[in-house]
Ligand binder design. Structure first.
Ligand SMILES: Nc1ncnc2c1ncn2[C@@H]1O[C@H](COP(=O)(O)OP(=O)(O)OP(=O)(O)O)[C@@H](O)[C@H]1O
Ligand SMILES: [Mg+2]
Length: 357
């Protein structure tokens, strides 16, 4: 589930997951940034990287929230050749920088977490929420970038000179370099970096293999991408730009959730005669106010129709757009998520997603 900031990705991911679970599937929702009240509703309030059961009326729903540092630590623990190497990596200053602050690491760990759930969890469906568009693009590119970084030739270049003592000499020879490093990486020294790479080289192959597996998973026919957008032109333009990236990368696209749509305008009323206690003039004023409101509603519906046509004109043939109504209240608890799930069903989205996957 992708889209620009604030359009409703997290909310719709949760509503879709809840609906699918209460229809009888085993569902897992991996969310990136639920608003506090939504996290509480889902039971992910304490920001856990492990799936937690959500108290549904029927079926099985579990939710987890990505903790990229915990995911990285876990990978190091699982794949280190020995407890000593593992300890050396986990306590290394440069590793701390890499696992917490290296640009793109969050997106990459989301992919690692997704892969491990896809391979090891017994869920029938995994719903993945994503960060806003700009970051989501990073997140699509992350496995490719990581595969490039994990390329052995790059690795060899990094480790090569690098008996730790070689790097240390470099460090001693350059106060300037050490100063720059300190500013960029906090307490990290060149020796830390050398040590990190020498410990980490045993894990490299595994990272590379998994990044290739993630790329295959994202493009597999069991994966479906849904773009969340709004009828407003700005959100639409971002959705179209995002769609181009999906298509260029060969990702399987199912359709758009056009969120927060106004309900369709009611049909014309046969205007009754004025009641006895109202003057004709007064009654005419009420009638024209109601007519103006209806006109505004119709104009809104027509603009939404044009927005849908515009989106579909940019999408591959066979793509669909589902209109999700704006809810009267904020969506932050299970009953309101359930109502939104019903709206997703009524829009035809759930049947279509089921047919595709
Ligand atoms: N159909 C809807 N009707 C009413 N309110 C909605 C609807 N969809 C989402 N919202 C509200 O919009 C707000 C933003 O939603 P949400 O956090 O899901 O967006 P997001 O796309 O995940 O944002 P971000 O890009 O910051 O991750 C929330 O307060 C949510 O309750
Ligand atoms: Mg969100």
């Amino acid at each position: 589930m992708c889209g620009s900031g604030g359009v409703g990705k997290t909310t719709l991911s949760a509503a879709l997951a809840l609906r699918l679970a209460e229809e009888g599937r085993r569902v897992l929702v991996l969310t990136i940034d639920p608003a506090r009240r939504l996290a509480d509703a889902l039971g992910t309030g304490d920001l856990d990287n492990e799936p937690r059961r959500v108290p549904t009326e029927r079926g099985e729903l579990r939710a987890l929230m990505l903790d990229s540092k915990a995911t990285f630590d876990d990978l190091v623990r699982r794949h280190s050749p020995s407890p000593e190497v593992c300890e050396r990596i986990l306590t290394n200053h440069y590793y701390r920088f890499v696992s917490e602050r290296l640009p793109g690491v969050h997106e990459y760990m989301a992919m690692e977490r997704l892969l491990s759930l896809a391979l090891n969890d017994e869920a029938d469906v995994i719903v993945l929420d994503t960060p806003p568009t700009r970051h989501a693009l990073d997140f699509l590119a992350a496995p490719d970038r990581m595969a490039g970084l994990m390329d052995e030739s790059v690795m060899r270049w990094l480790v090569l000179p690098a008996t730790a003592s070689g790097w240390r000499m470099l460090e001693m020879g350059s106060d300037v370099l050490a100063g720059v490093l300190k500013r960029l990486l906090g307490p990290t020294t060149i020796a830390d970096i050398a040590e990190f790479f020498s410990g980490f080289q045993t894990l490299w192959g595994g990272f590379r293999e998994r990044s290739i597996a993630v790329r295959a998973l994202l493009r597999s026919p069991t994966t479906q991408f849904v773009l969340v957008t709004a009828p407003a032109p700005g959100a639409r333009a971002e959705a179209i730009a995002f769609l181009e990236v999906l298509q260029r990368d060969g990702m399987p696209f199912s359709g758009f959730f056009i969120n927060r749509c106004a309900p369709p305008a009611p049909p014309d009323l046969a205007w009754p005669k004025p009641p006895e206690h109202r003057s004709t003039g007064e009654w005419e004023r009420v009638r024209s106010e109601v007519a103006a409101t209806l006109d505004r509603r119709r104009a809104l519906t027509a603009a939404q129709d044009r927005a849908v046509e515009d989106l579909l004109a940019h999408a591959p043939s066979g793509s669909q757009a589902w209109r999700i109504p704006d809810q009267p209240t904020d969506v932050h608890d299970l009953p309101s998520l359930r109502r939104l799930g019903v709206a997703l069903d009524t829009s035809g989205a759930i049947a279509a997603l089921r047919r595709n996957g």
